[in-house]
Structure formats: C-alpha cells, structure tokens
Design a protein around this ligand. Sequence first.
Ligand code: 1CP
Length: 354
Amino acid sequence: MQLYPKEITKKIDDIMNETFLKACRGEKTNYTPIWMMRQAGRYLPEYQKVRGNVTFLELCKSPELCVEVTLQPIDLLNMDAAILFSDILILMEAMGATLEFHEGVGPVFPKTFRDEESVDRLRVPDPDDTTPFVMETIRLLRKELKVPLIGFAGAPFTCATYLIEGGSSKVFWETKKMMFTSPELFHKLMDKITESTILYLQAQARAGAQALQIFDSWAGILAPCDFSVFALPYVQKIIKSLQQFDIPIIYFANNGATLLDLSVTSGADVIGLDWRINIGDAVKRVGKKAVQGNIDPFALLLPKDALRERIGRLLDDAKDAHGHIFNLGHGIHQFTPPEQARIAVDAVHELSGR
Ligand code: 1CP
C-alpha cells in the first residue's frame, strides 16, 4: 500500500533512504534497492589504500577504519544499504580460537577443534567485553549513514567448518567425518557457536544494526537430510532469539537451491539466493517472504548494454516477489572493476523505476 504520493516518498527517501528496509518487509518501494555482498573490500582501490597500512585483523578491530571502509561503497557506488565491515570469524576468535589471516591463503586456525577437549575450551563470550570494536563501529556508523545498516554473523555450520578444518576447505573431510562418526561432539560444538552467535547478534541489534544477515556460505555441501539435522535447527534457534528486536533477518545459504524449501522454514524474513537458481522459480517457492539476489558476480564483467539487459530480465523475473532486494549471488570478486559495479547499481535503480 502506498501511504503518500510518489514525489513525497521520494523526498523522504532522499533524506533517509529506507527503501531496503521496506523491501525486506515486503512493502511497496519506488525502485528496487541494491547492495552487494562483500561490497566493502579488495576490489576497491580506496579499500586497498586503508588496508595497505594495517593487517586485516587490525582493520577489523579499529572502529574508525571500519567505518571508513563501510562507507566507501555507499559513497562511491550509491548502494541502498551498508554492511558492517567485519568478518564472520571475528566471533570464533572471541570464543577463544587462535585466528590468523595469511596473505594469499585466507583464514587459518593453527589449533583445530576436532576433539572433546578442544571444544570444551571454547567459551560463550560476552560480546560487549570481547568484541566492543564491533559494537562501537555500529554506533559510529549509525551517526553517519543515510542508508540502513546490516549487521551479520556466520551461520553455525559455516563457522564450524573453519574451526574443524583449521581454515578454508574444498572437500570438508574433517567436518563430515565429525558429523558422521562423532555426531554428539559435532552438536556440542554447534551448540556453543549457536549460543555465542545469539549473544553476538543481539548485541549488534542493541548497538543499532537495522537488519541482520546470517551467512551460510558452506550449507550447499550438505544433503538436505543432513542440513535438516546438522545446520538448520541452529539457524532457526538464532532467528527465534532475534524476534524481540523486530528487525528483518536475512538468511543466505550459498549454493542452496536444493535446500530452498528447508531454508524457508528458518524463520528469516528475507531469503538470500545464489545465482544457480532462477529468481522467478524461487519466488514461487518462498511464499510471502522477500528475496535477495541473485546475479552471478561474474556477470558484472558483461559489456554495459548486455549487463543492463540481464539486470532488466532479472528484475522482471522477480516482479511477483513480496519484496526484492537486488544483490549478487555471492560476494563481489576482488578483480571486478568498480565501474562495472556502478553500472549495475545505476541499471537496477533506473530499470526498476527510479
Ligand atoms: O585481505 C583482505 O583485505 C581480507 C579480505 C576479506 C574481507 C574484505 C576477508 C577475509 N573478509 C572480508 C570482509 C568480510 N567478510 C565482510 C564485510 C565486507 C562486506 O560484505 O562488505 C563480510 C560480510 C565477510 C563475511 C565472510 N568471511 C564470509 C561469509 C560470506 C562469504 O563470502 O561467503 C566468509 C566465508 C568469510 C571468511 C573469510 N574471510 C576472509 C577470507 C579470505 C575468508 C575465506 C573465504 C573462503 O573460505 O573461501
């Protein structure tokens, strides 16, 4: 329902752009809002410049610098939402895991969590004590931003893979070995991550996050029957614990087309979609939930006209959605030219009716 004439809502949106939040709630908007997963990061020379002086972990723990890099894609590329600059693994460090980032490799946990003793050593931390820099970044950002701020955490399953494998993985041997040979230990680890994530996301909401996204980057390696037992119940528990804040929750299960019907039962208000599914088909399956997605991040490399045409088709495919937030199907690749991201943002705004 349109409460005010279009010209007036546009004026309000120019002062405080709430288009993203409206789309999350399934309300009518003047155009389709867009943001991009990993929009603050290595593809931006402005980010590289900040990163040139500090390590990644130092950056994550410096609220002023986090604010600076969070704002970069808003100012440069005109995104309709900001995502807190941090990393899903910051919480694992707060739980007591030793976290390192190795140049050209990614995250490394030198001590893995594969037995009872190591899992028992993990704590359920008070987020205001162990990650005050995250809450401070949120408070500072809310003073600066004219678009909504998204807070986030990793889903317990995705976080568990890093702790068990000791970093990124391709086959997830150790994770699946634990699931199938020591399910009780696996559930114990998941319980601890879940309890920590609940406190962490609640603290982010109290600090001022206006929406929360749960990143399940590795959910797609699971069979639906295993996803139902080893991953989904923990996401449901987290989302239930956040209902009191009355802010939209986005659940993104990467490579999750085969898990879509299950993901819809997560309790999330918005279902994030990767690019492997047609968004129109997904809209038919999610009921009265908003969808977020889902152009292939590499499609940003298309020549301008072809990119605009593809975006137009995607917007059209999603026209029956109860709220559509345009996004990539996964994070923006580090070698993407920022000008191409800008073409996409402008195309979404123009073609959807701005
Ligand atoms: O060298 C650098 O500067 C570090 C690169 C980098 C950045 C920019 C990492 C290391 N993390 C981040 C920021 C980040 N990570 C954000 C905030 C920025 C934004 O979205 O704009 C967010 C939301 C994340 C979340 C994250 N970290 C996820 C979930 C999303 C996804 O991409 O699937 C995951 C899996 C991680 C782990 C991680 N952090 C960094 C790396 C290299 C990895 C490993 C990814 C892998 O295992 O493949």
